[in-house]
Design a protein around this ligand. Structure first.
Ligand code: ZN
Length: 208
């Protein structure tokens, strides 16, 4: 018996179907914008004072690198909710921090809140897609603590000036030079976005 001949029409239809499937798959993979379901759940389900990740239980999040927000996340209501909750969390008397980074509330995105010691009234401000462009000035060795390492402090060498680029919560791009203690907070918080903790850089670490 001979091998049956292929039905040309059926063969073409199968090819066409396969191409359509591949196109649909490519389109769905290409649509990378937006928060993940887990991120949405963390942002929407948490109280206004969020759970703060600590070592070593949350090391998977605290040691991961954070990514920039895309256009979809920048436009989203979730971003404004997250910023409001991060500000509420870091200023809560239970934390009493001077800065917080998004990984500390379980979101591996490049967002930090910093208390601006160099501005009148020392306002807390949020910075989105923040990057340190360069560090200059003399190195200072000062005490640091971290909301994610409760009960500990360390003496950490830091540059006295940080040159940073970021988006405001409204999406305006800014580059600026920050000096003094604010520059040190920016370095501490931006380290969190790269999975680095102050204990990695400290000259010495001690229990409070
Ligand atoms: Zn910290």
């Amino acid at each position: 018996m001979r091998r049956p001949r292929k039905n040309t029409y059926l063969c073409c239809m199968k090819k066409l179907l396969r191409i359509i499937c591949l196109l649909v798959l490519a389109a769905s993979c290409g649509n990378r914008g937006g928060w993940t379901a887990r991120e949405k759940a963390v942002i929407s389900q948490s109280d206004s004072v969020m759970y703060v990740c600590t070592m070593p239980v949350d090391s998977a999040i605290l040691r991961a690198s954070s990514i920039d927000l895309g256009a979809d996340e920048l436009r989203s209501a979730e971003l404004q909710t997250l910023i409001a909750k991060m500000l509420k969390t870091v200023t809560d008397p239970s934390q009493d921090g001077v800065g917080i980074a998004a990984p500390q509330v379980g979101i591996n995105r490049r967002i930090v809140c910093v208390m601006r010691y160099d501005k009148p009234g020392r306002p807390f401000e949020a910075y989105v897609n923040i990057h340190i462009d360069s560090l200059t000035g003399p190195i200072v060795h000062g005490p640091e603590g971290c909301l994610s390492l409760p009960g500990m402090r360390g003496i950490v060498p830091r540059s006295s000036t940080a040159h940073i680029s970021y988006l405001t919560p409204e999406g305006t791009p800014v580059s600026e030079q920050v000096d003094g203690y604010s520059a040190i907070i920016f370095q501490h918080e931006c380290d969190h976005l790269d999975g680095i903790l102050y204990t990695d850089r400290a000259d010495s670490v001690f229990v409070e």
